[in-house]
Design a protein around this ligand. Structure first.
Ligand SMILES: Cc1cc2nc3c(=O)[nH]c(=O)nc-3n(C[C@H](O)[C@H](O)[C@H](O)COP(=O)(O)OP(=O)(O)OC[C@H]3O[C@@H](n4cnc5c(N)ncnc54)[C@H](O)[C@@H]3O)c2cc1C
Length: 407
C-alpha cells in the first residue's frame, strides 16, 4: 500500500487525505493542533466557498452542513463613497455558496479522517520531522497554509506580483445583522482607495451568523486596527467603519453582537507564489500544496476554494501515477496542473487589490442594466477563469459587454 504523509490538517490537507484514504492509500496527517484546540480557538478565515469547490467535498461525502449552513444565493456589488454609489448591481448565483466556520469543519473532518483509518499525528513539523516522514513515505505533501514551514519553498519572483501586504484584513463574526431585503448574498462594497466591505452568512458555533470582512488599504483611514485591544472595541470599530465608509450598509448593523470572544481576527497577507518542490538537507524532496504555494489576499474569497480544487487535482495526479514514483518531474507537473487554474484566481484577486481598471469599471457599470452579464460575473467567484480575457482588456470588455442585451 502506498504511503502518503500530509503536513497540515486544513481544507487542503484534510480533503486530500480523506480522498486518498477512500482510494486505499495509507495516509498520515500531521497537525500542530488537535481538533479540540482548533474548535476552541480563534476564527481562522471567512471561508466562503462556491459550487465547484463544494462539489469536490460532496463527492468525498464531506458536506456535513448542507442542511444547517445558511446559503449564499447571490452577489451584490456596489462601489461608491460618502457622496453616493457609482456602481450597483446584483444577480443570483447559479448555485448557492456556503461558509462553515473552520473551527467546526476541521475538527469534524479530522474525526472523519481517523474514522476512515487515517493516522493523525499531533506535532509541529520542522525540517527534522520532514526528513523523517520523507524517509518513511512514498510522498510527502506540505499543506501547512501560512505556517512557517512553508518558507522551505522558494518564492517564485516571476509569478509573485507583490512583495508586501496591500490590505489590513479584519474579520468580525456577528449575530443580529438585519437580513437583506431580497436574498442572501456575497455582499461586496468598494470605497475606491479606502477599502472594501464584504459580508455573507455563515454557520458558526452558536448557529447561523454573518461575517464582516473589512479590507483596509494599508495606511489608509480604515487601517486603524492597532487601536483595538478588546473584542468589544473590535466590533465597535467595524461598525464605525461601515457607517462612515459604506453608509448604505449601516442599517443592517445597528444591533450587532459578537458570536463569541474569539470571533474576531486581524491580519495581513503578502500575496505570494512559491516553487512547488521543497528540498530537504538529505536531498529528498517534498511537494507543496494550496496556500503554501499560491497565497492570495482574501479580498475575493478564493483561498478555501483553491484548496479544495488543489486537493482534487493532486488526488487525480496521485491516482494516475499508479505504481510509478512520485519524482520531481511528477511534482512539478502536478503543481503546473494546479497553476493552470490558480493563476486565474491570483490574477482576479490581485486586480482587486489595485485601483479599479478601465475594463473592470466598464464591466461593473454594464452589469447594472445587463442581467445576464451580471449573472455571468456572479459565477466568477465559483470559477475566476471565466473572466479572461474580458475583465483584463478594454477592447475585449467592450466586445463581451456588447454580446449581452441591455434590459
Ligand atoms: C481573514 C481571512 C479571510 C478568508 N476568507 C476566505 C473566504 O471567504 N473564502 C475562501 O475561499 N478563503 C478565504 N480565506 C483563505 C482560506 O482560509 C485559506 O486559503 C485556506 O484555509 C487554505 O487552506 P490550506 O489547507 O492551504 O491551509 P490552512 O487552512 O491554513 O491549513 C493549514 C493547517 O496546517 C497547520 N500547520 C501549519 N504549520 C504546521 C506545521 N509546521 N506542522 C503541522 N501543522 C501545521 C495549521 O495549523 C493549519 O491547521 C481567508 C483567509 C483569511 C486569512
Amino acid at each position: 500500500m502506498r504511503k502518503i504523509t500530509i503536513v497540515g490538517a486544513g481544507q487542503a490537507g484534510l480533503q486530500l487525505g480523506i480522498g486518498l484514504l477512500k482510494q486505499g492509500y495509507a495516509v498520515t496527517l500531521i497537525s500542530n493542533r488537535t481538533g479540540a484546540e482548533i474548535a476552541a480557538g480563534r476564527v481562522l478565515s471567512s471561508q466562503s466557498m462556491y459550487d465547484m469547490a463544494l462539489e469536490f467535498e460532496r463527492e468525498l461525502g464531506l458536506s456535513f452542513w448542507d442542511d444547517s449552513c445558511p446559503p449564499t444565493t447571490g452577489v451584490h456589488l456596489r462601489a461608491g463613497n460618502e457622496q453616493g454609489l457609482l456602481i450597483d448591481w446584483r444577480a443570483r448565483m447559479p448555485a448557492p455558496g456556503q461558509s462553515v466556520d473552520q473551527r467546526i469543519k476541521m475538527p469534524r473532518w479530522m474525526a472523519e479522517f481517523e474514522r476512515l483509518g487515517g493516522r493523525l499525528v499531533i506535532e509541529e513539523a520542522g525540517l527534522a520531522e520532514l526528513e523523517r516522514y520523507a524517509a518513511a513515505s512514498d510522498l510527502v505533501i506540505v499543506a501547512s497554509g501560512k505556517g512557517e514551514i512553508g518558507k522551505l519553498f522558494e518564492r517564485d519572483a516571476e509569478r509573485s506580483v507583490f512583495d508586501r501586504p496591500l490590505r489590513t484584513i479584519s474579520l468580525t463574526y456577528v449575530h443580529g445583522m438585519l437580513p437583506r431585503e431580497d436574498y442572501s448574498a456575497l455582499n461586496i462594497s468598494v470605497n475606491p482607495g479606502i477599502g472594501e466591505y464584504v459580508n455573507f452568512p455563515c454557520l458558526t458555533h452558536s448557529g447561523a451568523g454573518d461575517i464582516i470582512n473589512l479590507e483596509c488599504v494599508e495606511g489608509g483611514p480604515m487601517d486603524r486596527w492597532d487601536e483595538v485591544t478588546t473584542p468589544e472595541q473590535h466590533l465597535a470599530l467595524a461598525v464605525e467603519l461601515i457607517e462612515r465608509f459604506f453608509p448604505w450598509e449601516a442599517w443592517r448593523c445597528r444591533d450587532l453582537r459578537l458570536t463569541d470572544e474569539l470571533g474576531t481576527l486581524v491580519g495581513r497577507v503578502t500575496p505570494t507564489v512559491r516553487k512547488p518542490i521543497g528540498y530537504l538537507p538529505s536531498g529528498r524532496t517534498v511537494l507543496g500544496m494550496a496556500d503554501v504555494l499560491v497565497l492570495n489576499d482574501p479580498i475575493t474569497g478564493q483561498g478555501s476554494n483553491n484548496a479544495s480544487k488543489c486537493a482534487n487535482i493532486y488526488m487525480n495526479a496521485i491516482l494516475e501515477q499508479d505504481g510509478a514514483a512520485f519524482d520531481d518531474a511528477w511534482k512539478t507537473a502536478t503543481f503546473e496542473r494546479y497553476w493552470d487554474y490558480a493563476q486565474w484566481v491570483a490574477r482576479f484577486t490581485n486586480t482587486h487589490l489595485l485601483p479599479l481598471t478601465e475594463p473592470v469599471l466598464k464591466v461593473h457599470g454594464a452589469c447594472a442594466d445587463r442581467p445576464e452579464l451580471a449573472a455571468t460575473f456572479a459565477n466568477a467567484f465559483n470559477d475566476p477563469k471565466i473572466l479572461t480575457p474580458w475583465y483584463y482588456d478594454s477592447a475585449a470588455a467592450d466586445r463581451f459587454i456588447a454580446s449581452f442585451a441591455a434590459a
